[in-house]
Every structure is written in structure tokens, then in C-alpha cells.
Write a protein that binds this ligand. Structure first.
Ligand SMILES: Nc1ncnc2c1ncn2[C@@H]1O[C@H](COP(=O)(O)OP(=O)(O)O)[C@@H](O)[C@H]1O
Ligand SMILES: [Mg+2]
Length: 249
């Protein structure tokens, strides 16, 4: 295989069961090329979050494989895979734990062993990218939800990973915060996977859509096809955008 053929992500028959025995993923296969922006949609409980948490080894699969830029996730490669896959949790409070915004955004590069000035440069670049540079001395837990989400994204960007996976990035944001976040996503020149219920975001920014239900891939098609397939959407707990009067539908 030549280097140009190496996918950003190559997941084969991924299975995952929670410790209580709940089988959340029933054999997911998905290949994503470098630079692709992919939506992961599906009803609550379909396995979107579980899937994303398997991509950088926070959860360890009970079957199948995850390859990131040609490297297979296992005990030996965990550190290296985490330098390739950045993960935004759906709840920013799960991602922010330091006394200040700057410390939170510095945490990743610091623990990658980068020199202090490089850490600071990366942290400040990431804060600038999300428009939060004025907030570096603030306490993350005192920020608004939209600001927390932006800082949480900065903690991912500061790692410099070529692939980022975002779990419900626009959930509960007001319209302006949501628009700013979408513009930020549009600017990213990375491989991006977004789990979301925000089908307008999918229509505008994510050309390919994977539909999950019951821990299985139901469809994997151009977003425009999926979004116009009302039967498919209704069958999996979703609704066509036209019902919300969205102009792009
Ligand atoms: N900590 C947990 N323990 C047991 N089952 C869980 C846990 N978290 C999620 N699940 C189950 O795993 C399945 C997939 O959940 P999840 O990945 O959170 O779905 P989604 O993100 O699409 O809403 C669901 O059946 C859910 O109930
Ligand atoms: Mg979820």
C-alpha cells in the first residue's frame, strides 16, 4: 500500500460492550480519507459517543480493529494514537479541569513532552483559533457553555492531531455561538468526524453522512442523499430538515 492510499481512519468490525454487558457497538466498519469531514447521525443510544470514545482508546474495543493513519490501536500504540486523534466530549465539563483556561489548553502539549515555549505557543494559537485568547487567565468553570465549548475545542486543537472527533459540538448553543462554531469547523483543514443531531450543520459543513442505529452502520452516503431520504431519517428517529423550514433542504 502506498502512502497516498493510507486512510485517516480505518475501522473494521468494531465491537464494544460496556462493563454491565450492554453491547453498544455490533461490528462497525468505516473508512475515512485524509481531509474528509464526516457526520455521524442517529437516535439517542445508537452508539455515536461510544464509537468516538473507541477511536483514541479511551474505551477499548471488545472486538475488531481501529487503524489511524496506518497505525493499529493497541496497548503499545496508545500514546501515539492519542497524538493523532483529538476527541471533543459532548459535555465540556468533562474536558476542562484546570484552574485557568491557559492551563487547560496547555495540558495536552505539556504531556506530549513538548518544551515550555512550544507548549505556550500552541496553547495561544489554539485559543486564537477559537476566539478565546482574551480568556486565558479565566477559570473555565465560570465561562458560558458556548465559551466552554470553544475552550474545549482549543484543548483538542493544541494537541495538533490530524484527526479530530467532535461529540455534539453545537448542542445547546445559542444561534450566534452555534454559527461561530460552524465557521470554526469550516476553517479546519483536518480530518473531522462529528456526531450530531444538528442536520443543518450536516447540510452546510459535512459532505458525507454515516447513520448509526442500534450500534450498526445503517447508511453511509453523501449527506445530500441522506438528508433528502425522509424514509431513512424517519426510520431511525430523525426528521428531514424541511420540517424545520431549513433553506438548504
Ligand atoms: N456507561 C454505560 N454503561 C452501560 N451502557 C451504556 C453506557 N453508556 C452508554 N451505554 C449504552 O450504550 C448504547 C450507546 O450509547 P451512546 O454511545 O451514548 O449513544 P449515542 O451517543 O448515540 O446517544 C446505548 O444503549 C446506551 O444505553
Ligand atoms: Mg452521545
Amino acid at each position: 500500500m502506498t502512502r497516498a492510499d493510507t486512510p485517516a481512519l480505518d475501522v473494521q468490525d468494531l465491537r464494544y460492550a460496556y462493563p454491565d454487558g450492554t453491547q453498544a457497538l455490533h461490528g462497525i466498519s468505516l473508512r475515512v480519507e485524509p481531509g474528509e469531514k464526516v457526520a455521524l447521525i442517529g437516535p439517542n443510544g445508537s452508539g455515536k459517543s461510544t464509537f468516538l470514545l473507541n477511536l483514541n482508546g479511551i474505551f477499548r474495543s471488545t472486538g475488531g480493529s481501529v487503524r489511524v493513519f496506518g497505525e493499529t490501536l493497541d496497548d503499545r500504540t496508545l500514546g501515539s494514537i492519542r497524538a493523532k486523534v483529538g476527541l471533543l466530549f459532548s459535555n465540556p465539563d468533562d474536558q476542562l479541569f484546570s484552574p485557568t483556561v491557559l492551563e487547560d489548553v496547555s495540558y495536552g502539549p505539556l504531556h506530549m513532552g513538548l518544551p515550555r515555549d512550544e507548549v505556550l505557543a500552541r496553547a495561544r494559537d489554539a485559543l486564537a483559533a477559537v476566539g478565546m485568547q482574551e480568556f486565558e487567565a479565566r477559570a473555565p468553570h465560570h465561562l458560558s457553555l458556548g465559551q466552554k465549548k470553544r475552550v474545549a475545542i482549543a484543548t483538542v486543537l493544541s494537541m495538533g492531531t490530524p484527526l479530530i472527533a467532535l461529540d455534539e459540538p453545537t448542542a445547546n448553543l445559542d444561534p450566534r455561538s452555534r454559527r461561530e462554531l460552524i465557521e470554526l469547523l469550516d476553517r479546519l483543514r483536518l480530518t473531522v468526524i462529528v456526531a450530531t443531531h444538528d442536520l443543518a450543520l450536516v447540510a452546510d459543513s459535512l459532505p458525507r453522512t454515516v447513520v448509526l442505529d442500534g450500534g450498526r452502520v445503517i447508511a453511509d452516503r453523501p449527506s445530500v442523499d441522506v438528508l433528502n431520504d425522509a424514509d431513512l431519517l424517519f426510520a431511525h428517529g430523525l426528521e428531514p430538515l424541511s420540517l424545520h423550514g431549513h433553506p438548504h433542504a
